[in-house]
Design a protein around this ligand. Structure first.
Ligand code: DQA
Length: 148
């Protein structure tokens, strides 16, 4: 069974209440439930974590080697600032997909740069809660490619 780790970064625990005009009304719990259902159907073992702490996220990524086949990450605000998370993804060698609920390229200038994107296989940005289900599909596709 393939194993995928989902990491939600800072403030994503507030989804549903947090700037719903930008991030939607869906809670993180609802997103996680939907992801778990999709993963079950696809026979994928999904582990989901949320952290508000950069160092903790670095530690979690550092611990992924030989434990997961792919990583789905919404680094949230750390997208735009964290060399440490970028380096951790590059070092762990696991295929990663970056996710954003909002379209970061249609927002403030400081959000239009992702330090994380260059070390990921790809990025999904702007589809609200659906960005996560799309990322799961993308991860499956990456894992299937690996078999070939
Ligand atoms: C976000 C976009 C980031 O700029 C922001 O800091 C977030 C959420 C998104 O999912 O749209 O916290 O990653």
């Amino acid at each position: 069974m393939k194993k995928i780790l989902v990491i939600h970064g800072p403030n994503l625990d507030l989804l549903g209440k947090r700037e719903p005009g930008i991030y939607g009304k869906t809670t993180l719990d609802a997103i996680n439930k939907q992801l778990k259902n999709l993963a079950k159907k696809a026979k994928i073992a999904l582990t989901i974590v949320q952290s508000n702490h950069e160092g903790e996220i670095v530690d979690i990524i550092g611990d992924t080697k030989n434990k997961y086949n792919a990583l789905i990450i919404n680094p949230a605000a750390y997208t735009h600032t964290s060399v440490a998370i970028r380096d951790a993804i590059a070092a762990c060698g696991i295929k990663a997909i970056e996710v954003h609920l909002s379209n970061i390229y249609a927002r403030e200038e400081f959000r239009q740069t992702s330090l994380i994107a260059p070390v990921c296989c790809g990025q999904i940005s702007g589809f609200g809660a659906d960005s996560y289900s799309m990322a799961l599909t993308a991860a499956q596709s990456l894992l299937n490619q690996k078999k070939k």
